[in-house]
Design a protein around this ligand. Sequence first.
Ligand SMILES: NC(=O)c1ccc[n+]([C@@H]2O[C@H](COP(=O)([O-])OP(=O)(O)OC[C@H]3O[C@@H](n4cnc5c(N)ncnc54)[C@H](OP(=O)(O)O)[C@@H]3O)[C@@H](O)[C@H]2O)c1
Length: 324
Amino acid sequence: MKAIRIHEFGGPDVLRLDELERPAPAPDEILVKLYASGINPVDWVVRNGGNDFLRPLLKLPMTLGWDAAGIVEETGSDVTDFKKGDAVYGIPNFPGDGSYAEYCVAKASQFARKPESIGFNEAAGVPLAGLTAWTALFGHGRLQPGQRVLIQGASGGVGSFAVQFAKAKGAYVIGVASTQNIDYLRAIGADEAIDYKTQPFDELVSDVDVVFDAAPHRDNNERLRSVTVLKEGGILVSVNIDFPFSEAVTQALAKKNAKGELVANQPRQEWLAEIARLIDAGNVKVFISKVFPLEQVADAHRESETWHVRGKLVLEIRKEGEPK
Ligand SMILES: NC(=O)c1ccc[n+]([C@@H]2O[C@H](COP(=O)([O-])OP(=O)(O)OC[C@H]3O[C@@H](n4cnc5c(N)ncnc54)[C@H](OP(=O)(O)O)[C@@H]3O)[C@@H](O)[C@H]2O)c1
């Protein structure tokens, strides 16, 4: 089978198309015939050698990609919840061998049934960004209907899902993005859209229950501005776990009896199933800004590295409708 692997850490040039044996599933695993893989910033962070958290866990050579959509080809002897032919999506093996390949094996618990109403390319854009948004908003942010949430990075992969999940929950959603994404934020359901290029959000917004920092900048001054818009007892949630809260941020939170949470996404099967239900009910759309063939993975990485992707980028591994 074809797989995109790295044998050394470095720039997009280290991505290599290799021919490998198709793997076999262990008793608790499924073998998935992959149709598409989502692209996430962590893919090129790993390609570059990782951060302090990831570096000790990375083993070369490795297949990148942790966002999969495909069809179950084979099940391990202990797997009871999937059968051959099921269409599935999930986060395989992070940060081990992943989804830039024609097949992958992974624990069945890392997958759920793919939403029926969307294709494989769209489905592959959902698991990692969607579960990150879900973990942050509901796992750590404890967002409730009627509450006010401010989402930074609202037009990106994580942010686009966060806006829609928060709306589906019945929250009042304020999204922050750059000028060219303001109409997009309204289109995906934000009640208010703030342009960070021209509008200081901390002068426009107050009384926020949850601030969700899903923007890429790792900047504690920005976090201090976020604390100013929080209500007493509010929650600041950041998914940039590699960048701890400064002492000043911690003190500002304490003064407001507010909490600060650093969030790693939890790949829970039941949350993935819930997200699939929201998509099939028409409450959440998947916005794919570009699809690349597997061989053009280096271009996909270069685009992701701009930090200005709207929605998701996807690698197409097989065309939909290709014989099973
Ligand atoms: N902890 C976890 O488990 C986890 C999982 C996934 C992602 N993450 C982190 O979450 C963040 C977002 O990831 P993603 O996949 O959503 O990335 P993404 O798809 O590349 O989106 C990034 C978004 O950030 C916005 N942005 C860029 N520069 C900005 C700036 N200076 N100020 C404010 N917004 C800015 C962009 O909007 P404009 O183009 O409008 O500027 C873009 O839509 C990243 O920092 C990533 O490392 C963490």
